[in-house]
Design a binder for this molecule. Structure first.
Ligand code: ACO
Length: 427
C-alpha cells in the first residue's frame, strides 16, 4: 500500500499497516497493538497536542514555515485589503463569500441584534470600578446564556444560527459597556446606522454627541484588526470552544470558555503583556540588556514566537503597516521605536534565528490600541471581539462533524498503585 505506515511492535513481532489519510495516521489504529488479548492497546502520548490533529477542518489554513494564512482559501492579505469583518464572518461561518443580497441581509440581522437586555447593565454594574475588562467580558458572555434558554438546543441549525447572530452583534456592546464601567462613564447604546466597527468605537468613545462618527481611518483600521483576529484554526481558545462545545452546552457558555482561554498571557493576553514589556524596557538603549535576560530565560519576549509559525506571522506584517496609517491620525506612539528596534535586534540574534522566533499578531497591535487611548488591560477584549466569528465557525463545524464526539483525552497514569487508607493518627 503506497499511502500507509508499516509498524512493527517489537514486543510481539507483529506488523501493522496503518493507512495514511490527509497526511495523518489514526491514533485509534494503534489500539490494535496489544501484548495479549485483554491488553488495552497502545496509546499515543502528546502533551499540549504538539503533533495531534483533533479534527478535519475547512475553515483556516496555515503554512507555518512559509508564513501563510488563508480563510476558506482566501489569503489573509486580500481579505484585510478588500473585505470587511462582517463579510469575513459570513465567509468563515458559511464557507463562501456572500452575494450582495446575502450580505445585506446578514448586516441587517447583526444591526438589529446589537442591544442587550437591560439587566446586563445591572450585571456589569456589579463589578468593581477597577475590574479587569476581560473578566467582565468573560462573565457577561456566560451570563447572556441565562437570557436565551432555547440556546441549548444546539442540534437545531436554526437555533444555532440565531445565537451566532446574537453573539457577533452583542459582544461589541458588552465590551464597550465593560470599558465605560471601568471609566465611570454612562453606557452608550448601539447606533445601528453605523458600520460594525464604527458602532463599537461610538459605544466606547462617544461622550454626549448624538452625531458622533469615528474617524474613517480608525473605523477602517478596526475593521482590518477584527479581520486579522477573526480565526486562526486550532489555537488554544478555538480548542477550548470545541472542547467545551463538545459536551453540548449553549454557545454562550462555550464561547465564554474560549474567551477565558484567550485571556492568558501566552495567547491573546500577550498583546497587553507586550505593552507592559515595552514600557518596562523604557528606551532603545535598554534593549540589549533586556535581550540578555530573554536569552538567559529570565524573560519572555512577548509578542514573539508561535506554535505553528516558524516564519513572520502574516498578520503582524499587516498590523505593522496599519500602525503607520493610524499614527497619521492619532500621532505616533513613542513605544514604536522600541518595538521596531527590538524586532530588528531579535531577528538578527542567533537565539531567535535558531528557534525561528518571529513577531506574532500581538507584537504591534497593542501600539495601535494605545495610540487610540484604549487602556492596556482592554486589549484582549478587542482581540475577543474579532475572534468571535472564528470561535463560532469552529463550533458549528465541530457540531456538524460526524467524526466528533465529546472531547475526552486519555492519560498515562504514573501515580501510586493501590494502597490502604491510613488513619491520620498513624501517619
Ligand atoms: N521569548 C523567548 N524565548 C522563546 C519565546 C519568546 N517569546 N517563545 C519561545 N521561546 C523559546 C523557548 O524558550 C524554547 O527555547 P528552548 O528550545 O531553548 O527550550 C523555544 O523557543 C521553543 O519554544 P516553545 O515554548 O517550545 O514553543 P511553544 O510552541 O510551546 O510556545 C508560544 C509558543 C506560547 C506562543 C511561545 O512562543 C511564547 O510564550 N511566546 C510569547 C507569548 C506570546 O507572544 N503569545 C502570543 C502567541 S500568538 C496568539 O496566541 C494570538
Amino acid at each position: 500500500m503506497a499511502d500507509s505506515l508499516s509498524v512493527t511492535d517489537n514486543r510481539t513481532g507483529n506488523t501493522f499497516e496503518l493507512p495514511i489519510v490527509d497526511g495523518a495516521v489514526s491514533a485509534m489504529s494503534f489500539r490494535q497493538m496489544k501484548t495479549e488479548p485483554d491488553d488495552f492497546g497502545l496509546m499515543v502520548y502528546d502533551p499540549a497536542f504538539k503533533n495531534t490533529a483533533s479534527c478535519r477542518s475547512t475553515i483556516s489554513f496555515i503554512d507555518g514555515d512559509k508564513g501563510i494564512l488563508r480563510h476558506r482559501g482566501y489569503p489573509i492579505e486580500q481579505l484585510a485589503e478588500k473585505s470587511t469583518y462582517l463579510e469575513v464572518a459570513q465567509l468563515l461561518i458559511n464557507g463562501e463569500l456572500p452575494t450582495q443580497v446575502e450580505h445585506d441581509a446578514f448586516r441587517h440581522e447583526i444591526r438589529t441584534h446589537t442591544f442587550v437586555h437591560e439587566n446586563m447593565k445591572k450585571f456589569i454594574e456589579g463589578f468593581r470600578y477597577d475590574s479587569n475588562p476581560m473578566s467582565m467580558l468573560i462573565s457577561s458572555i456566560a451570563a447572556l446564556s441565562s437570557f436565551y434558554p432555547e440556546a441549548g438546543e444546539v442540534s437545531s441549525p436554526e437555533v444555532r444560527r440565531q445565537q451566532l447572530i446574537r453573539l457577533i452583534a452583542k459582544i461589541p456592546t458588552l465590551a464597550a459597556f465593560a470599558y465605560r464601567h471601568t471609566q465611570g462613564l454612562p453606557y452608550v447604546y448601539p447606533r445601528n446606522d453605523l458600520s460594525y466597527p464604527a458602532n463599537f468605537l461610538s459605544m466606547v468613545f462617544n461622550i454626549n454627541d448624538v452625531n458622533h462618527t469615528p474617524d474613517p481611518v480608525l473605523e477602517r483600521a478596526f475593521d482590518v484588526l477584527f479581520i486579522l483576529h477573526a480565526d486562526h484554526e486550532q489555537n488554544c481558545s478555538a480548542t477550548a470552544m470545541r472542547v467545551v462545545g463538545s459536551s453540548q452546552p449553549d454557545p454562550y457558555t462555550a464561547l465564554s470558555a474560549a474567551a477565558a482561554a484567550l485571556y492568558g498571557p501566552l495567547h491573546g493576553g500577550a498583546n497587553r503583556m507586550v505593552l507592559y514589556m515595552l514600557e518596562r524596557i523604557g528606551s532603545v538603549e535598554n534593549i540589549p540588556n533586556f535581550i540578555k535576560k530573554v536569552k538567559a530565560k529570565e524573560e519572555l519576549l512577548m509578542g514573539f514566537g508561535h506554535r505553528v509559525y516558524r516564519n513572520y506571522d502574516p498578520r503582524a506584517r499587516i498590523i505593522k503597516g496599519l500602525a503607520h496609517e493610524v499614527f497619521e491620525v492619532t500621532g505616533t506612539n513613542p513605544l514604536l521605536d522600541i518595538a521596531v528596534e527590538l524586532e530588528r535586534i531579535a531577528l538578527e540574534d542567533d537565539y531567535f534565528v535558531e528557534r525561528k522566533l518571529y513577531p506574532n499578531v500581538d507584537f504591534y497591535s497593542g501600539l495601535i490600541y494605545q495610540a487610540m487611548k484604549f487602556p492596556i488591560d482592554f486589549y484582549p477584549v478587542l482581540f475577543a471581539i474579532g475572534r468571535t466569528a472564528g470561535w463560532l465557525s469552529q463550533w458549528c463545524e465541530m457540531l456538524t462533524d460526524k467524526e466528533q464526539k465529546i472531547a475526552r483525552p486519555r492519560q498515562l497514569y504514573v501515580g501510586k498503585g493501590v494502597r490502604d487508607y491510613v488513619p491520620v493518627s498513624e501517619r
